[in-house]
Design a protein around this ligand. Structure first.
Ligand code: 5GP
Length: 201
């Protein structure tokens, strides 16, 4: 049995990770999404156990001390973390798992799971990144300036990843990620069983 991929999609805030991952999951029913835990309040329409596990700060810190997270990070004042859950057991059973997390979290996963498939999403331009952040309507001028400053610093970290995808349109980004997944599934490494089965004959 081929081990499932641990796919980590991240990138600077405003690149559209959430939208791209949502669309990718719609188009790839065999892909499982790792639901993160967070201490931020649910936004309209978000459901506990679907979008996130919404936890109190105390509960989140308790889980940290119990070693319950693969990684966690403090993103703009709130905790976000990937519950350990059964990630490795599910991968061993051949299940591909998608993590949509921030860059700090992805760097921690790189240390713990070097066999992960790390995909960095880039905006097509700095102007477009600013336009997308403004378009959210939830940013003040101050928070926008902070996010833009962080994004510019974060862009270079993408060089540590295995793949880079430009999110010019969601459709193109999803197509590219699907191509990466298809190529990864065709690697000789991890597919030894295909040879072995034929050589048995
Ligand atoms: P939002 O509050 O907009 O849903 O997410 C804010 C940021 O937190 C996004 O960059 C998102 O990728 C990141 N994030 C979501 N879940 C996790 C997680 O489990 N771990 C880490 N490190 N970041 C996360």
């Amino acid at each position: 049995m081929k081990k499932g991929l641990l796919i980590v999609v991240s990138g600077p805030s405003g690149t559209g990770k959430g939208t791209v991952c949502h669309e990718l999951l719609e188009k790839t029913p065999e892909l499982a999404y790792s639901i993160s835990a967070t201490t931020r309040a649910p936004r309209e329409g978000e459901q506990d156990g679907v979008n996130y596990y919404f936890l109190s700060k105390e509960r989140f810190e308790q889980l940290i001390s119990e070693g319950g997270f693969l990684e966690y990070a403090n993103v703009y004042g709130n905790y976000y973390g990937t519950p350990l859950g059964k990630i490795e057991e599910r991968r061993a059973a051949g299940q591909d798992i998608l993590l949509e997390i921030d860059i700090q979290g992805a760097l921690n996963v790189m240390k713990k799971c070097p066999d992960g498939l790390f995909i960095f999403l880039l905006p097509p331009s700095i102007e477009e990144l600013e336009r997308r952040l403004r378009g959210r309507g939830s940013e003040t001028e101050e928070s926008l300036a902070r996010r833009m400053g962080n994004a510019k610093k974060e862009i270079g970290i993408g060089r540590k990843y295995k793949y880079v995808v430009v999110n010019d349109t969601v459709e193109n980004a999803v197509r590219d990620i699907k191509s990466i997944l298809a190529a990864e599934h065709c690697r000789v490494e991890g597919n030894e069983h295909l040879f072995e089965e034929l050589e048995k004959e």
